[in-house]
Design a protein around this ligand. Structure first.
Ligand SMILES: Nc1ncnc2c1ncn2[C@@H]1O[C@H](COP(=O)(O)OP(=O)(O)OP(=O)(O)O)[C@@H](O)[C@H]1O
Ligand SMILES: [Mg+2]
Length: 400
C-alpha cells in the first residue's frame, strides 16, 4: 500500500487526492496538521518514511519550503510536492528546497494523479532497496539494549590490508547471517569499501550523519552487496569528509549497532579522529600489520597509544598478519612476542586478493573453498560472530 502524507492540508484537498488516486494502486492517505514549520514534523516523516509527502495549501510558502528542505536533508528518499500556486519566483525556490513538483490545490484530478505518480516513481528510484533479509530492530527498543558487535579494523600503516580484511570478513559473516552485517567505511576521506565491493551508492555516511535520521531512513542509506553485506560507504567526494565530524560518524555506527548484530568498521591509516572516536564504541579491535620490521614497530606504538588512551580496555583484541609469507626477517612468533598478542589469522600474499577486489567480489566469495576463505571462516568463528560447525545450537554472537 502506498503511504501518502499530507501536511498542512485541507479536507477539500484530501478529497481531491482521494478522488485522483481512486483508480490507481491502493494508497493510504494520512494528514498532519501544521500551523507552521515544526522540526517535530520532520522527525515524524523521517521515522515513518512515507512514499510521498504533499505540503500545503494551508501553510505559508516559506514554512512549506522550510519543511521540504529539512525533509530533503534527513529523509532524501521521501519525495515532496508543494501544494500551492506556482509562480516564476516560486519554481526555483521549490526546486532548490528539494520539491519534486508544485501542484495547485484546485488541480484537475488527472494533473494531480500524474504529478503524484511521477514523484512516487522518483522516490522508488531513490530508495535504495533494503532487502527483506535486512535485520529489523527488536520491538520495544530491545535491540539497543542488546547492541551489536562493533568490530573496528585498524592499522598504523596505509595499504596494510584493512579494507581487504573488512570486505572479506563482512562477506564471510554475511554468508551465514545474510543481512545481519553492516560494513561501515570510516576511512572518511579516501574510503574505498564502495570500490572493493564495486558499488554505485546512492547514499553515504554524509547522509547518515545528518541529525535526526531515523532507523528506517538510516537503513535506506545502506547499499546492499550481492554477498548480503550492507555497506555504509564513505562520501564519494573527499572534500565532503570536512562536513563529517568524528562524533557524528561514531554516532551513526552506534545507531547501526542498535539495528544490526554485527558492524564491521573499516578505518583510515593511523589514528585519525574518526578512528579514535569509533574505538570508544568498539567491542573488538582488529590490528592489522604486515610482517616487516617498520610495520611491526608501528603497530607496537599504536597498541601502546591505544592502551594509554584506555581504548583497548574491555575490548577484545585481535591481531591479523597480512602478507605473512613475505620473507622479511620476522617470524610469526617474533611478531606475536613483540606486540604481545597472538595472531588470530595470517593471510599470505596472493594475486587473487587484488584480482577479486577489481571484480568487486571479495575472494572469500569467489573462492569459497580456498585457504583464504577458510582462514576467514575460522577467524569469524573465533570472533564469535558465526556459529561453530557441527550443528552447534549455541548462538555465541548473542553474548557480549
Ligand atoms: N594478502 C595480500 N596479497 C596481495 N595483495 C594484497 C593483500 N592484502 C592486500 N592486498 C592489496 O594491497 C592493496 C592495499 O590493500 P587494502 O586497500 O586492503 O589496504 P588498506 O589498509 O585498506 O589501505 P588504506 O590504508 O590505503 O585504506 C590492495 O590493492 C589490495 O588488493
Ligand atoms: Mg582501506
Amino acid at each position: 500500500m502506498t503511504a501518502i502524507q499530507l501536511i498542512g492540508s485541507t479536507d477539500d484537498f484530501r478529497t481531491l487526492v482521494e478522488r485522483a488516486l481512486k483508480s490507481g494502486a491502493p494508497a493510504e492517505i494520512a494528514m498532519i496538521d501544521a500551523g507552521g514549520f515544526d522540526p517535530e514534523i520532520v522527525r515524524a516523516i523521517s521515522a515513518a518514511c512515507p512514499d510521498l509527502v504533499a505540503i500545503g495549501p494551508d501553510l505559508s510558502t516559506s514554512d512549506s519550503l522550510k519543511l521540504i528542505e529539512e525533509i530533503a536533508k534527513i529523509a532524501p528518499q521521501v519525495p515532496t510536492i508543494l501544494i500551492g500556486y506556482p509562480t516564476a519566483d516560486l519554481w526555483p525556490q521549490a526546486v532548490r528546497a528539494g520539491a519534486r513538483d508544485i501542484v495547485t490545490p484546485v488541480a484537475k484530478a488527472v494533473v494531480l494523479r500524474e504529478s503524484f505518480e511521477r514523484a512516487l516513481e522518483a522516490g522508488r528510484k531513490l530508495r535504495v532497496h533494503v532487502p527483506d533479509y535486512a535485520a529489523t530492530p527488536a520491538p520495544g527498543g530491545a535491540a539497543v539494549a542488546e547492541a551489536g558487535r562493533v568490530i573496528a579494523i585498524v592499522s598504523p600503516k596505509g595499504g596494510s590490508g584493512k579494507t581487504t580484511i573488512a570486505a572479506n570478513l563482512a562477506a564471510t559473516v554475511a554468508r551465514e547471517r545474510p543481512g545481519d552485517v553492516v560494513l561501515a567505511d570510516l576511512d572518511v576521506q579516501f574510503g574505498d569499501v564502495g570500490h572493493a565491493y564495486r558499488l554505485d551508492p546512492e547514499y553515504s555516511l554524509l547522509n547518515a550523519v545528518a541529525p535526526g535520521v531515523s532507523p528506517t531512513v538510516l537503513k535506506g542509506f545502506l547499499t546492499p552487496h550481492p554477498s548480503k553485506v550492507l555497506a555504509l560507504t564513505a562520501p564519494e567526494r573527499p572534500e565532503d569528509a570536512d562536513d563529517i565530524d568524528a562524533a557524528a560518524s561514531t554516532a551513526s555506527v552506534r545507531q547501526l549497532a542498535g539495528l544490526f548484530p554485527v558492524i564491521i568498521v573499516d578505518t583510515g591509516a593511523g589514528l585519525d579522529d574518526h578512528t579514535l572516536s569509533v574505538l570508544e564504541a568498539a567491542t573488538d579491535v582488529i590490528l592489522v600489520t604486515a610482517t616487516d620490521v617498520p610495520s611491526v614497530r608501528a603497530v607496537v606504538k599504536e597498541y601502546d597509544i591505544l592502551e594509554r588512551l584506555g581504548l583497548l580496555k574491555d575490548r577484545r583484541k585481535h591481531l591479523v598478519l597480512n602478507r605473512a609469507d613475505a620473507r622479511v626477517g620476522l617470524s610469526v612468533s617474533d611478531i606475536e612476542q613483540t606486540i604481545g598478542l597472538k595472531a588470530s589469522m595470517t593471510i599470505p600474499s596472493t594475486k587473487a586478493i587484488p584480482t577479486a577486489l577489481n571484480l568487486g567480489e571479495p575472494l572469500v566469495i569467489g573462492d569459497e573453498r580456498g585457504p583464504v576463505a577458510r582462514s576467514f571462516t575460522e577467524f569469524a568463528r573465533e570472533l564469535g560472530v558465526i556459529d561453530q560447525p557441527a550443528n552447534s545450537m549455541s548462538r555465541p554472537w548473542r553474548k557480549r
